[in-house]
Design a protein around this ligand. Structure first.
Ligand code: KG4
Ligand code: ZN
Length: 334
């Protein structure tokens, strides 16, 4: 059978990334240009600055990606791009580039949902075994999704307010840790103990999550202690927060594994890099006798390799766009 090479573009937030993926799971080349250092000083991503930097970098990233692969655009079978959800100005830069390439070189244009990309990052490490449960934990999402076949997504629950990554970043900010706070809290939590009592977030019968309560509890606790002139033990508070959120994520994941007779759990999104979550999910899956797939850390955060994998299956499911494709800031996965 003829091999399929997809050139994928991801620019939904502050990473300008391109990748060439063969047959939906073999990485030929990937370039990720992060703007993290630029946004750090503002304590978060500034949308206007992000899109300007995408414009500046995208041609360079394309040239580098083709050069690494020793390929020309003529060798590529299709152009894929993240069309949402994300920052509209950032998305539009990637979309415009993808449309231009698709038009000039007469290639199919494949629109990829950002979360489908995070899920398909797991194809870089193994095969999918259906029915599977995808746990998506990122800066913008905390979702539980059932997949019975490729590129078919059934949402069973998710956060009703803050995403888990967002909660991590806000807790980190009140502890004066630099952006992005998730990895800092993770590191700090290993040096502390679970000594602070925090409210258990939405411990009920649904598959939904709520992290704004625990986030506010941490913020209030820090402010109150400061007012009393007391010192916070940052490592202990990081450990207490991480323990509490990891426990509830694992509890609801386990409930879904039981209910839907899952064969495989796949984890996706930036927070999949969290060491506490990885350890707890390994234990949970070994107990439940369910296979666990978690991408290596470099594929957990935003990258175009995951978009190239998802695009292969999107294309097989007829998801090909015309040149009217537009950016979607908010978009359901279906
Ligand atoms: O998936 P991602 O790169 O961007 C979105 O699509 O949202 O995820 C970024 C999020 C940030 O909130 C960051 O703090 C969090 O992932 N993150 C972590 C860790 N590494 C990244 N959170 C907790 N522990 C980590 N080790
Ligand atoms: Zn992401």
């Amino acid at each position: 059978m003829k091999e399929t090479y997809i050139l994928a573009i991801e620019s939904s937030c502050d990473e300008t990334s391109m990748s060439i993926i063969k047959d939906g799971h073999i990485e030929i080349s990937t370039v990720v240009l992060s703007q993290m250092d630029i946004h750090k000083k503002y304590g978060g991503v500034v949308p206007e600055i992000a899109s300007r930097n995408h414009v500046q970098n995208i041609t360079m990233v394309l040239e580098e990606c083709l050069e690494q692969a020793k390929m020309k655009i003529e060798d590529i079978d299709a152009i894929a791009v993240t069309y949402g959800p994300g920052l509209v100005g950032s998305l539009l830069v990637g979309i415009q580039c993808a449309k231009t390439l698709a038009f000039l070189y007469n290639k199919p244009l494949i629109p990829v949902h950002h979360i489908a990309g995070h899920i398909y990052a797991n194809r870089l490490v193994g095969d999918f075994k259906f029915p599977l449960l995808a746990l998506v934990v990122s800066g913008g999402h905390t979702d539980l999704i059932i997949m019975e076949k490729d590129y078919s997504f059934k949402y069973i629950g998710g956060t009703l307010d803050d995403a888990i990554g967002e909660a991590y970043d806000k807790v980190a900010r009140v502890l004066d840790l630099p952006y992005p706070g998730g990895p800092r809290i993770d590191k700090l939590s290993k040096e502390g103990n679970h000594t602070y009592t925090l409210p258990t977030p939405k411990d009920d019968n649904t598959y939904d999550f709520s992290f704004s309560g625990i986030k506010s509890a941490v913020i209030n606790l820090v402010h109150n202690e400061k007012q009393r002139g007391k010192k916070i033990n940052k490592a202990d508070l990081a450990c207490s927060f991480q323990d509490t959120v990891v426990n509830i994520i694992c509890k609801k994941t386990m409930k879904a594994i039981d209910k839907y007779q899952i064969k495989q759990l796949i984890v996706a999104g930036g927070v999949a890099a969290n060491s506490g979550l990885r350890i707890s999910l390994e234990k949970l899956c070994s107990k439940a006798k369910v296979e666990l797939l978690i991408p290596p850390i470099k594929y957990c955060t935003d990258n175009a390799a995951m978009i190239g994998c998802a695009a292969y299956y999107a294309m097989q499911n007829g998801k090909i766009s015309n040149l009217e494709l537009n950016a979607k800031a908010v978009e359901k996965l279906n």
